[in-house]
Write a protein that binds this ligand. Sequence first.
Ligand SMILES: Cc1cc2nc3c(=O)[nH]c(=O)nc-3n(C[C@H](O)[C@H](O)[C@H](O)COP(=O)(O)OP(=O)(O)OC[C@H]3O[C@@H](n4cnc5c(N)ncnc54)[C@H](O)[C@@H]3O)c2cc1C
Length: 416
Amino acid sequence: MVEQAIDVAVIGAGPAGLAAAIKAKEAGAEKVTIIERAEQLGGLLHQCIHNGFGLVYFNEDLTGPEYARRFIEKAMDLKIDMQLESMVLDLTAAKRITISSKEGLRTFHAKAVILAMGCRERTRHQIMIPGTRPAGVFTAGTAQRYVNVEGYIPGKNIVILGSGDVGMIMARRLTLEGAKVEAVVEILPYIGGLIRNEVQCVHDFDIPLFLEHTVTEIIGLKRIEAVTIARVDQNQEPIPGTERTIECDTLLTSVGLIPENELSLKAGVALDPITGGPFVSDTMETSVAGIFAGGNVVHVNDLVDSVTSESEVAGAGAADYAMGKTTPAGRKISLKGGENIRYIVPHTIGADKEVTLSMRVREPGEKVKIRIGDVFTKSLRVVKPSEMLKVNLTLEQLGKIGEETGEIEIICEKRG
Ligand SMILES: Cc1cc2nc3c(=O)[nH]c(=O)nc-3n(C[C@H](O)[C@H](O)[C@H](O)COP(=O)(O)OP(=O)(O)OC[C@H]3O[C@@H](n4cnc5c(N)ncnc54)[C@H](O)[C@@H]3O)c2cc1C
């Protein structure tokens, strides 16, 4: 098999892959190739036809396809090589990439690689809902594709399990299309997605929201006919006697997203068990030298704008690596999640350039303070696990981290 030598290979042409490839090219990498298994560029954005994209990055309110279009056009202007309908089957630590394409199996040897494979949805199977196996049970993302891309309505009476953003957005979408959303059922005492989606997609349409409830049974033989829901206790176990039956012809699940890291594992990239994505440095480099990562493959972002910014860092880092411009190893500071901090990305930082940290809390809180050692504090009125927190650390703040410090703890504490 003939092997094609390139500077930077980008796996995935969603917003992460497009932003990373553009940045790599702008930073000076000559041969940049995006490899995408779908027949079009843009990743999941082409099925997200609602607005709300780009508010941070462009200060404009765009739909998913409009947001993607800006990057697709730029990538084309820069003459970035695009390999569509090409599935990456294998990736090695030596950065050999095997793809299956219309021309058959092909291999690339890249100086640097950017992982941008996004994430996939958890399914009914993974949360093990008891009951029969009728038609009419879909993930919310599959239903989104049916409605927005293929032009099919999955059903007329819908129950949505889980209050992730995709599920809430589909509650509104299906209502607008004439279906009746009977209930959104969430096991936690709070919603799983953004507050703006709770307000604009659930409350504004008077859709019943059952917090601290779950689906305990799926009923129906050929097609789903009803679900049983029940209140749960503190251990998320259904409370006997609280069951009620809701008739429906469709159940959508919106119960979490899983970063797609099977290829990363093949290359020996170390994964963070909390995020499900690679451990990354402040250049978004993984544990394997020259393999970088950006977007939902690293951690599930709430806003595509953050996916873009983070992936631009990966693109710049990959270009530098491919051109042999790596800076001598300076200080490496590990970030540790302390009180009520579930995770932080990146996992390690240097002290020589400004950095944006993304983090999530474990539990909701009010009147809290984010504290990073003695270097940074920020007061916040409300924090929720579903809303990503962003902190920019300036060079001055980084300079205040003591020379001997190898690790710094970030906490989210109650204000006195
Ligand atoms: C089902 C679903 C629906 C969503 N809907 C919304 C929404 O309505 N609103 C919102 O704000 N956010 C939504 N999101 C979040 C949105 O996906 C992200 O903001 C953004 O698309 C993430 O960008 P990404 O580039 O990291 O991943 P993606 O957009 O998922 O792009 C990853 C790309 O990698 C490709 N790929 C993966 N593996 C391979 C491989 N082995 N070989 C070649 N190509 C590969 C995929 O085909 C895909 O094009 C949704 C997410 C999911 C999973």
